[in-house]
Design a binder for this molecule. Sequence first.
Ligand code: GRF
Length: 207
Amino acid sequence: MTARVAILISGRGSNMRSLIEATRAPDYPARIALVVSNRADAAGLDTAAAAGIPTAVVEHRGFPDRAAFDEALARELDAHEIDLVCLAGFMRILTESFVEHWRGRMLNIHPSLLPAFKGLHPHAQALAAGVDRHGCTVHFVVPELDSGPTIVQATVPVLPGDDEASLAARVLAEEHRLYPVGLAMVARGEARLEGGTTVFAGKAAAG
Ligand code: GRF
């Protein structure tokens, strides 16, 4: 079965683009059925439309609170019969009930080797910490921000002279490769969330 995926974005959507491109392969186990943005001016909306993907704008400013926004989001996902949700540069915190509803079926990509450097400005955090390895993580979404169990990670070196921009660019190239890998693992049932842990086709791994 081919999973129907919605991608939630807020901005340029380069990870969204890499997912759209990957899902075009005939043997890929998922299709992008919808792209939703909470901002009407997100550049990624044009990219998705140009690729022939249905798009929707659910502007958070139009709702009195997070719960009402999330309900509108849920209606879009239901209307498009979505199986899996990918957050890709989606800059809104979702309510616990929304996250619980999609538990095990919602993924995020974060540009750090979680659990290191959660939250904003992970590249600046990595440079400030002086690490020599950095990277990105595809993980299941749980209510606590950037804390869900890992599905897959990629590592890049931190090089002498790196600044936030050069490090972000090196990580972003890996993000584009990694997110389609993580989504395929979940769509094929090779990685699934059980309790608070990712289980990989028969063997349990640390969350
Ligand atoms: C990516 O670095 C992603 O990991 C982070 O926000 C950025 C979004 O970039 N959560 P894009 O919109 O996918 O180009």
